[in-house]
Design a protein around this ligand. Structure first.
Ligand code: SF4
Length: 341
């Protein structure tokens, strides 16, 4: 699938846009100055496959924490700032890779100008993030016209290190505004649905909104926001990209829902393996199936798969049976074999 061409924008050690890779990002849920919890969360997210991390900056204590945060991770750190442009200046001077601002809530437009000039001096990128929630008249046209005004100012100041995001909690609006934005502007787009809900709601809504856009070649970074542990956001992004053929080095698990025919515990194996497999960078399909009805077919078609029998599993690798293992040993055997592939 051909990706929409955009400018290339350097964000920390990453080049966003202008290539095939779609970067996964998430946002920390702890207050930024709560360093102990925050650093652990960043470490966990990075290990799970997060590539860009955003933190909220609400006061000087958060600014003070930025130095340790930037030092702790290879991921570009994006500072999310609202209302107080001076915090954006301080975050940029602290060395963040990007700031995410909505210029409309920074007060006078001259404040956004100061942020641009500071970012230009420090070689920091800016994400202009426009959400329908912060518009009194949140039409698609209003969002796009507003972006155009901010981009004109940036252009006047010869600043191009910009990423754009247009978010809504409404699926159709999110699709429409991003489709039109891609036609009107050539900056990379960050895709996401805002206020998407808890895991079950967000997975459905985000897939409905982001799937068609990604399928049309749009989007350079994504976030699937979930009310809950942000680690879930990473596996959701990976699954979405992987299922659309846009992520080559992640493991795709297919597993059956089980039914009265199954004499093994499929859920236990999926639960045990999923976190482990998410850390492995390989483009493989793994089938975990409950019985001999559909099990052998799916397991054979996958790169590696297991089909349940009577308290045991037949293991298939690249379509061939390689052995039968007990329910107790199968998870470890499967993990070892995947690591060897
Ligand atoms: S593979 Fe077997 S256990 Fe799984 S849903 Fe199909 S029939 Fe049921």
């Amino acid at each position: 699938m051909k990706r929409n061409e955009t400018r290339k924008v350097k964000v920390g050690n990453l080049i966003i846009g202008g290539n095939e890779h779609i970067f996964i990002q998430s946002m920390c849920t702890y207050k930024t100055s709560n360093l102990k919890l925050l650093l652990q969360q960043i470490k966990d997210l990075e290990l799970a496959g997060c590539e860009i991390i955003r933190v909220s900056i609400v006061d000087d204590a958060d600014i003070k924490a930025l130095h340790s945060i930037i030092k702790s991770t290879k991921m570009p750190v994006v500072a999310d700032i609202h209302f107080d442009y001076t915090l954006a200046l301080k975050a940029i001077e602290s060395g963040v890779a990007a700031v995410r601002v909505n210029p409309g809530n920074l007060g006078d437009i001259s404040n956004f100008e100061k942020v641009i000039l500071c970012a230009k001096k420090q070689k920091c990128a800016i994400r202009i993030g426009l959400n329908t929630g912060s518009f009194t008249n949140p039409t698609v046209k209003a969002l796009l016209d507003s972006a155009e005004n901010y981009l004109k100012l940036a252009k006047k100041l010869h600043f191009n290190d910009l990423v754009l995001s247009f978010k809504s909690s409404d699926i159709k609006t999110t699709i429409k505004v991003n489709e039109l934005a891609a036609k009107r502007f050539d900056y990379p787009l960050h895709l996401g649905l805002t206020e998407a809900g808890d895991i079950s709601s967000s997975l459905i809504r985000s897939t409905l909104a982001l799937g068609p856009l990604l399928n049309k070649g749009l989007g350079n970074t994504i976030r699937i926001s979930i009310t809950g542990d942000p680690l879930q956001e990473i596996s959701a992004c990976k699954e979405l990209l992987s299922d659309l053929g846009l992520l080559k080095d992640s493991i795709r698990i297919i597993s059956c829902p089980t039914c009265g025919r199954s004499q093994v515990n499929v859920l236990e194996i999926v639960d045990k393996l999923k976190p482990e497999l998410s850390k492995i960078k390989k483009g493989l399909t793994v089938a975990i199936m409950g019985c001999p009805v559909n099990g052998p077919g799916e397991a054979k078609a996958a790169d590696i798969g297991i089909a349940g029998g009577k308290n045991n599993f037949v293991l298939f690798i690249k379509g061939k049976v390689v052995g039968t293992y007990s329910s107790q040993e199968i998870s470890q055997v499967l993990l070892n074999k995947i690591q060897e592939l």
